[in-house]
Write a protein that binds this ligand. Structure first.
Ligand code: AMP
Length: 194
């Protein structure tokens, strides 16, 4: 059974690879960014509370995100594993996830880190902005999201390195090549059982 967290800066191709990984291992792909965009589209209370943060490239407050993920992980389709894409993004979220999993007597089986050089990330994000028209993909917001990743999310890499280990993936190359790399790494190596 796979319980996977994906880490990596915006533009590293996490979302694309997450879809492949989830399909391959037949586990739900839980993208908090997608959940928030869907909530905004549907005009739910969560969407209304989250919209300003997404538009500014800022993180939605931890308490709100932790509630969203707690509910999602309680759904029956997560009983046989899950893939978290975009959560946790802060140390507070990582601690909350640890507590949640401890309550369920579960541990993460893999933490996968996608790595790509900053210039490449910015270029990819700008390219995606033109193609998809995401409202958080303007040049200013992209710069903000990269900064937020550095300050708030990148500390999670050492957190997980010291807490079961991280699989680092070189996220430069074709989508197919990276997919092969990721699947090989995940199949080859699990974290120490906790
Ligand atoms: P993503 O699609 O993962 O890049 O997420 C898009 C946006 O959703 C982020 O820039 C944040 O504003 C918000 N978001 C997604 N996941 C989280 C999270 N775990 N914590 C806080 N904000 C989040």
């Amino acid at each position: 059974m796979k319980r996977i967290v994906l880490l990596g800066p915006p533009g590293a191709g996490k979302g694309t690879q997450a879809a492949f990984i989830a399909r391959h291992f037949e586990i739900p792909h839980i993208s908090t960014g997608e959940m928030l965009r869907a909530a905004i589209g549907a005009g739910t209370e969560l969407g209304i509370r989250a919209k300003g943060f997404l538009d500014a490239g800022q993180l939605v407050p931890d308490a709100l995100m932790i509630d969203v993920v707690r509910d999602r992980l309680a759904a029956s389709d997560c009983r046989h594993g899950f893939l978290l894409d975009g959560f946790p993004r802060t140390l507070a979220q990582a601690n909350a996830l640890d507590r949640l999993l401890a309550e369920l007597r579960l541990g993460l089986t893999h933490v996968v880190l996608f790595q790509a050089p900053p210039a490449e990330l910015e270029q990819r994000l700008l390219g995606r902005a033109e193609k998809e028209g995401r409202s958080d993909d303007t040049r200013e917001v992209i710069a903000e999201r990269l900064k937020v990743y550095e300050t708030k999310t990148s500390p999670l890499v050492s957190y997980y390195r010291g807490n079961g280990g991280v699989l680092a993936i070189d996220a430069v190359g074709s989508v197919d090549a990276i997919r092969e790399r990721v699947l090989r790494e995940i199949e080859g190596r699990a974290r120490a059982a906790r």
